[in-house]
Design a protein around this ligand. Structure first.
Ligand SMILES: O=P(O)(O)OC[C@H]1O[C@H](O[C@H]2O[C@H](CO)[C@@H](O)[C@H](O)[C@H]2O)[C@H](O)[C@@H](O)[C@@H]1O
Length: 280
């Protein structure tokens, strides 16, 4: 992925943050991924299906409210959920409300990069929110944002996201501003350089912890996780899934990843889901 898309670096931020790049030679990153088409999946075969939203189920758009949910996707997801005995969840950086506006509340959902989890109608606020700190950070970032018309702040319940997709030339300055704003809080908060966005998120909640929590939950426990994602935060999930004996699919251009399989684009991934449920 191009540096302009990711900010200052294309290094997966979740891992750089936690492990340090010098350790990469000895870990299990893959660069040669098997095509997803070589995966034989029986949706009734004891799988738990876990899907990232933006860049995986949905094509990216210039604003989170402008994404399009293709009309064939929801019925296919509902059918897949039924075939999998209900074990289908969305795992997203979006807040739960934002995910629900797109998909309805029909699906279990881990939101805010793992900080919140809703199973059925049961809301499990995994992590405590820190409104005071996040409001302060958002306020501190306002001057930097104002310098780049088109950049904007998304204040979520457990994170602050600075979006620069419409002003790629602002990525470096905004990343620096975010680093300064979060300095002094890095013990509990981490930076995520995602696609067109830099976020401040809790350290103790990741998509990896979300996967582990889901797979320990009723309806998921004992199943083999299948996870599809596209962005750096999905690497935590790929790693957790591999540790649980599951399968990870990287959607989008190949890169160093903990996933084992690749799929070129969300549109191809959606077609794969539709074919999976039709064949079943
Ligand atoms: O974990 P995900 O489901 O992939 O969510 C990650 C972020 O998604 C949203 O932002 C991203 O998608 C937008 C719509 O395509 C795009 O405009 C933006 O540039 C992307 O970063 C969402 O706004 C964030 O809160 C999520 O963390």
């Amino acid at each position: 992925m191009a540096n302009a898309e990711r900010g200052e670096t294309d290094e997966p931020a979740a891992m750089r943050d936690r492990r340090g790049p010098e350790q990469h030679a000895s870990d299990s990153f893959a660069t040669e991924l098997a095509p997803m088409t070589s995966l034989g999946i029986d949706p009734r075969g004891g799988w738990a299906f876990l899907f990232d939203i933006d860049g995986t189920l949905l094509d990216l758009a210039d604003h989170p409210d402008r994404v399009v949910v293709p009309e064939t996707l929801l019925p296919a997801l509902r059918r897949l959920k039924a075939l999998a005995g209900g074990a289908l969840a969305l795992v997203t950086g979006r807040g739960l409300g934002s995910a629900d506006r797109l998909f309805g509340a029909d699906f279990d959902c881990a939101g805010n990069h793992g900080a919140t989890l809703r199973l059925g109608t049961t809301l499990d606020a995994v992590a405590a929110a820190d409104d005071l700190l996040l409001d302060g950070i958002a306020t501190a970032l306002e001057p930097a944002i104002a310098a780049y018309p088109g950049a904007w702040i998304e204040r979520k319940s457990h994170s602050v996201a600075v979006h620069w997709r419409r002003v790629p030339e602002a990525a470096g300055d905004l990343a620096r501003a975010v680093r300064i704003a979060v300095a002094g809080h890095v013990r509990d908060w981490r930076l995520i350089q995602g696609k067109g966005v830099i976020e401040i998120a809790r350290r103790d909640a990741t998509k990896g912890t979300a996967v582990e929590r889901l797979l320990a939950s009723p309806g998921y426990a004992g199943r083999r996780p299948f996870y599809a994602g596209d962005d750096v935060t999905d690497e935590d999930a790929f790693q957790a899934v591999a540790g649980l004996g599951g399968v990870g699919v990287l959607v989008g251009p190949p890169r160093r990843t903990y996933a084992q399989y690749s799929c070129p684009a969300p549109e191809v991934f959606r077609r794969w889901i539709e074919a999976l449920v039709e064949d079943a």
